[in-house]
Design a protein around this ligand. Structure first.
Ligand code: FEO
Length: 400
């Protein structure tokens, strides 16, 4: 059975949700599923904007067929070629052999690489090109590295709809609720939106900034992303989040304590640290155990908070592997502009602190506090002064 939603009087959401997939990109857990959004414009010409992942192709095809209601499909606009949106291109080409495909030169190269035969039906567009489908006229805006190099967004100048590709997306299946004003986004969605942005597009902050600058020059009324809710109100709220995230600016002044503990001693020190901070008035404190928190969650929270405490045991004369993995991801995703404090532990050769500091040295604008807590096996009374100095150092650095 088809399942579609109207976005405007002649634009339909024809995407689908996947609740079965455990790992997005085979790496990021998505306990609330994910939506693959595709949109069909019923103008003088019929225009499909992007397709969906192969896993939901059958639902998608039913949706397209139902909305077309016997009409032919004239155009397929491909804004982004990652297979979670592009895998069903071939099926569209087979079912609608007269369809013309509109996309960027780089996207057509990728279609060729993925084995889609579009040579006879391709219409290459570039930044600023304009196309009319009848009542609606669209303009194409290149959006390289948001999140792949071929990406573009399409803006409908007739009604202010922005087909935003991966920008402004979120993890989470829609479950019938298509629009941002049909959900409590700030309560129920923002964490998954942040986790999506930071892990998928987070590395490309400057490219997102470039796209936001272009977007500032157009009168956007509705944002149609490829994942998550469609934005038709309070657009500034989400644009502001994107602006902060892509500038690597923390959303909140607060302390995120990330600890790696084998037998609970480093965890215990992390808890003492948290309690002391709260006692001294810093109540925005969160704690995460690297061993039971997925790294995508750690990354998301790292983008949120201004101050990070890294507390790690020494393991094989190195950083605890899961802490190391987190640091590698931080570096890969270009995390920057944070204040970091270090807590290290080691029973006979404490190395983790220096090694974590080296890691942070290689990253941009990471301010590492001079105060450091070094433990030998466990925290004890002799180390409490050192802990207090660290706590005061963190609090002092939060005054800026
Ligand atoms: Fe949802 Fe970069 O694809």
């Amino acid at each position: 059975m088809h399942c579609v939603r109207k976005v405007t009087e002649d634009l339909y959401w024809v995407g689908a949700n996947d609740h079965r997939l455990n790992l997005f990109e085979n790496i990021h857990p998505i306990s609330r599923g994910v939506s693959y959004n595709s949109y069909l414009l019923m103008d003088k010409k019929t225009v499909l904007f992007d397709t969906v992942d192969w896993s939901v192709c059958r639902q998608f095809l039913e949706n397209v067929k139902a909305v077309l209601d016997g009409r032919n499909l004239d155009y397929l606009v491909i804004n982004h070629m990652e297979p979670d949106h592009a895998a069903s291109i071939e099926e569209i080409l087979l079912r609608y052999p007269k369809v013309k495909v509109i996309s960027t030169e780089k996207a057509f190269m990728l279609m060729h690489q993925f084995g889609f035969d579009v040579e006879e039906r391709k219409e290459v567009v570039k930044e600023g090109d304009v196309k009319s489908f009848g009542k609606h006229t669209v303009t194409f805006v290149s959006a390289p590295m948001v999140h792949w190099p071929e990406a573009m967004v399409t803006f409908d100048t007739t009604n202010g709809v922005l087909f935003a590709a991966d920008a402004f997306g979120s993890f989470g299946a829609l479950d019938g609720k298509l629009f941002n004003d049909e959900v409590n986004f700030d309560r129920d969605w923002i964490d998954e939106a942040r986790r999506y942005y930071t892990n998928i597009v987070g590395k490309y902050g400057p490219h997102v900034q470039a796209l936001l600058k272009k977007a500032a020059g157009i009168d956007i009324k509705i944002i149609c992303p490829l994942h998550g809710p469609v934005w038709r109100s309070n657009l500034g709220y989400f644009i502001d989040k994107y602006d902060k995230w892509s500038r690597y600016e923390p959303e909140e002044k607060g302390v995120m304590i990330v600890y790696a503990s084998m037998y609970g001693n480093t965890e215990s020190a992390a808890t003492v640290l948290a309690s002391k901070l709260v006692e001294k008035g810093i109540t925005n404190v969160v704690m995460y155990d690297v061993s039971n928190t997925h790294v995508s969650q750690l990354i998301s929270e790292t983008f949120k908070y201004s101050h990070i405490v890294l507390a790690s045991v020494t393991y094989n004369l190195g950083i605890y592997p899961l802490m190391h993995n987190y640091l590698m991801d931080m570096k890969a995703l270009n995390v920057q502009n944070r204040t970091v404090a270090i807590v290290e532990n080691g029973s006979w050769a404490c190395k983790s602190g220096d090694l974590m500091a080296e890691f942070l040295d290689d990253m941009k604008q990471m301010s590492v506090l001079n105060e450091r807590l070094t433990m030998v096996s466990s925290l004890n009374e002799e180390k409490i002064d050192e802990m207090d100095v660290l706590v005061d150092g963190i609090i002092e650095s939060m005054k800026d």
